[in-house]
Design a protein around this ligand. Structure first.
Ligand SMILES: Cc1cc2nc3c(=O)[nH]c(=O)nc-3n(C[C@H](O)[C@H](O)[C@H](O)COP(=O)(O)O)c2cc1C
Length: 427
């Protein structure tokens, strides 16, 4: 079941089944009358007929909970902190979180990561102005379903009213509306959003305050650090004072764009965590579950976000790791009976169920099969030569790789995975 974001008014008179924080993948993977493998991935024009029937009732129930506990900035600072924690607890204190990724943390990928241990997920960054203006953009770039929770919907913005209008459209479908304050790309400089708003802190404050005053769901922010630690701490405190309920800190500065070369600064994340009272998430250098364990221990953060490594290995949060991260002599180097081709097939099935643009699917094929393509580059070339994709073609790529005997297992290291759960601390 997939929702379409309706035009205003926001609610369909239909209602949803109660939320299940974890998906039941068996039912997900057996799509009703499994759509043809060649299904065109652009979202259908009209999805009203697939809207869940009990959505409205559930949304009202959810909003009631927030309305009861949390009317915006008129609350005292203390009450807002309590509210932030109450909400975090209600979500089960998610620890293992899929980071926001443009064109990559879309619904089918989020559902795959949830199956393999993710406690929560961010959407890709959505452009708030385009989101308010274009129904096509909304339909293509933001899809969700009832199992897709907890969900953090991220926007970039530089106009408080436009951001609010965009956020109002998604608030019934998510657990946080998140503001992207960390994008360091040239496009963000040109558009004056993301990390470039760090030069205009009063504007950031007004973006946060306007959402906090007018939304029923809590507001979260994802930031990068400043080169100076005190600036970072002042910045984080300003966000908390403005009403931000959850802060994700990517431990790199705006200029540290090459994530492979620059290690994230976990000390800075720890300093932020120690300076704030709201939940804080750590982001950067989470490649496998030992990193999760180490990062939680080093920073004291309430959870972690992973991006790049999840793209290659969406089963990371279940303790699976690519061979790269298994020391040669390690006892736990055991074949986890799962490989990236298995994960890709699961992902493709989810895409058949929850259509997304082909460019997203293509990106995931390259990420998940990257290692396999290095051994058999002619198959990557065949993929690149295929300007129009079909599911049949993509499944045949997997079959050909398997026939060539290119199985590269993921390894399973259970010990640390087992010690980190959403409701407990890292041990
Ligand atoms: C393909 C890709 C797309 C990304 N898109 C976003 C985005 O939309 N919003 C955002 O805040 N960060 C985005 N990021 C940054 C990640 O969320 C994350 O902060 C960064 O990759 C560091 O985490 P990592 O070390 O686990 O990769 C993106 C990263 C990647 C690799």
């Amino acid at each position: 079941m997939r929702f379409k974001i309706p035009n205003l008014p926001l609610f369909s008179p239909k209602t949803l089944n109660p939320l299940t924080p974890k998906p039941h993948m068996a039912s997900l993977l057996t799509a009703p009358e499994a759509q043809a493998r060649t299904l065109h991935s652009d979202p259908p024009q009209d999805l009203d007929d697939v809207l869940c029937s009990d959505q409205h009732q559930q949304q009202e129930e959810q909003q009631q909970t927030f309305a009861d506990t949390a009317p915006s900035l008129c609350l005292s600072g203390e009450s807002r902190i309590e509210r932030a924690w109450a909400h975090w607890s209600k979500l089960g204190r998610p620890k293992l979180i899929v980071a926001p990724m443009v064109d990559n943390s879309e619904l089918p990928f989020r559902m795959l990561c949830r199956k393999y241990g993710a406690d929560a997920a961010y959407t890709p960054m959505l452009h708030s102005r385009i989101f308010t203006e274009s129904e096509k953009y909304r339909d293509q770039e933001f899809t969700t379903c009832k199992e897709d929770r907890p969900l953090f919907v991220q926007f970039c913005a530089n106009d408080p009213e436009v951001l609010l209008e965009a956020a109002k459209r998604v608030e019934p479908y998510c657990d946080y509306v998140d503001i992207n304050l960390g994008c360091p790309q040239r496009i963000a400089r040109r558009g004056n959003y993301g990390a470039f708003l760090m030069d205009n802190l009063p504007l950031i404050k007004s973006l946060v305050e306007n959402l906090v005053q007018n939304l029923h769901v809590p507001v979260s922010c994802k930031v990068r650090i400043f080169p100076d630690l005190q600036d970072t701490i002042k910045y984080a405190r300003m966000l908390e004072d403005a009403g931000c309920s959850l802060l994700a800190v990517h431990g790199r500065t705006r200029d540290e764009k090459d994530q492979k070369k620059v290690r994230a600064n976990w000390d800075a994340i720890k300093a932020v965590k120690n300076s704030l009272r709201i939940p804080v998430l750590a982001n950067g250098n989470i490649r496998h579950m030992d990193d999760v364990h180490d990062c939680l221990e080093a920073t004291g953060a309430d959870g972690v976000l992973s991006a790049e490594s999840l793209l290659e290995n969406p089963a990371l949060f279940s303790g699976f790791r690519t061979a790269e991260w298994v020391p040669g002599n390690e006892e736990s180097k055991k074949d986890g009976k799962l490989d990236q081709a298995d994960l890709l097939v699961e992902y493709l099935k989810l895409c058949e169920q929850y259509p997304v643009p082909w460019r997203m699917i293509r990106a995931h094929v390259h990420k998940m099969l990257g290692q396999w393509f290095r051994i058999h580059p002619h198959i990557r070339e065949d993929l690149n030569a295929q300007s129009i994709l079909t599911f049949e073609f993509l499944y045949s790529i997997v079959d050909r790789l398997r026939e060539l005997g290119a199985g590269i297992p993921l390894h399973l290291k259970e010990t640390n995975a087992a010690t980190i759960c959403a409701n407990g601390s890292a041990t």
